[in-house]
Write a protein that binds this ligand. Structure first.
Ligand SMILES: CC(C)(COP(=O)(O)OP(=O)(O)OC[C@H]1O[C@@H](n2cnc3c(N)ncnc32)[C@H](O)[C@@H]1OP(=O)(O)O)[C@@H](O)C(=O)NCCC(=O)NCCS
Length: 184
């Protein structure tokens, strides 16, 4: 099928794929956004979001659905069945500058630290460059070291800090700005 991006993780032992988001995914996505483990680390906008917020965000932020998809569900192969475990998207496109932002989340922490994030970040960067973007940005709360390490493994470099940009549980935190720029 077109628009599916396959990947392997855990030293090539396991299979995963990125498949375009569809409306049947909204409830699952909202569940991930509202999971306190994820919410602590993921983007500040996604606090107590609803089903229709998910739909609006994906349609508005990732573009019309009549072109190549920008938002994907991450799935892993469990005995021949695809289990959704998170999302990966290119959003906040700036068409006149050929730039876009990359975001990812794995919604159940059981799946963290298995190499999925690294593989999908690499695949999404390659896909973004193939779509014609010149620059792909990403942001992380500065305390989210796993996210920053994952992005660096996929070629992103730290380009700056926004001071006290994230208010989380009554505390202000810096946000790290990162990017990967196409060579040539
Ligand atoms: C961020 C996220 C997508 C990373 O995906 P992942 O599959 O867990 O990451 P990986 O297993 O590929 O790990 C990549 C690197 O992160 C680093 N890392 C792993 N665990 C870590 C930890 N507990 N603390 C700090 N760094 C860690 C390592 O450098 C690792 O590479 P290595 O295994 O070769 O040493 C995932 O953890 C997640 O969804 N977290 C919650 C939501 C979130 O933070 N989203 C990003 C917001 S910007």
């Amino acid at each position: 099928m077109t628009d599916i991006i396959n990947f392997v993780f855990q030293r090539g032992d396991r299979k995963g794929r990125l498949r375009p988001v569809n409306s049947n995914d909204w409830a699952q996505i909202v569940g991930w956004w509202n999971n306190p483990d994820v919410r602590h680390l993921y983007d500040v906008h996604f606090v107590n979001q609803t089903f229709s917020d998910a739909e609006k965000w994906f349609l508005k932020e990732t573009g019309e659905q009549d072109r190549k998809p920008r938002s994907f569900v991450i799935e892993v192969d469990i005995d021949g069945k695809w289990l959704p475990v998170g999302t990966a998207e290119l959003y906040s496109e700036r068409p006149s500058h050929n730039s876009v932002e990359f975001g990812f989340l794995i919604g159940d922490k059981e799946w963290w630290g298995k190499g999925i994030g690294t593989e999908i970040a690499k695949k999404m960067v390659a896909y973004g460059f193939k779509l014609g973007y010149h620059r792909i940005g990403a942001v992380s709360a500065a305390y989210n070291t796993r996210s920053m390490n994952t992005l660096q493994k996929a070629g992103f470099q730290i380009e700056g800090i926004r001071k006290s940009y994230v208010l989380r549980d009554g505390q202000y935190h810096d946000q790290t700005l990162m990017s990967v720029v196409k060579e040539g």
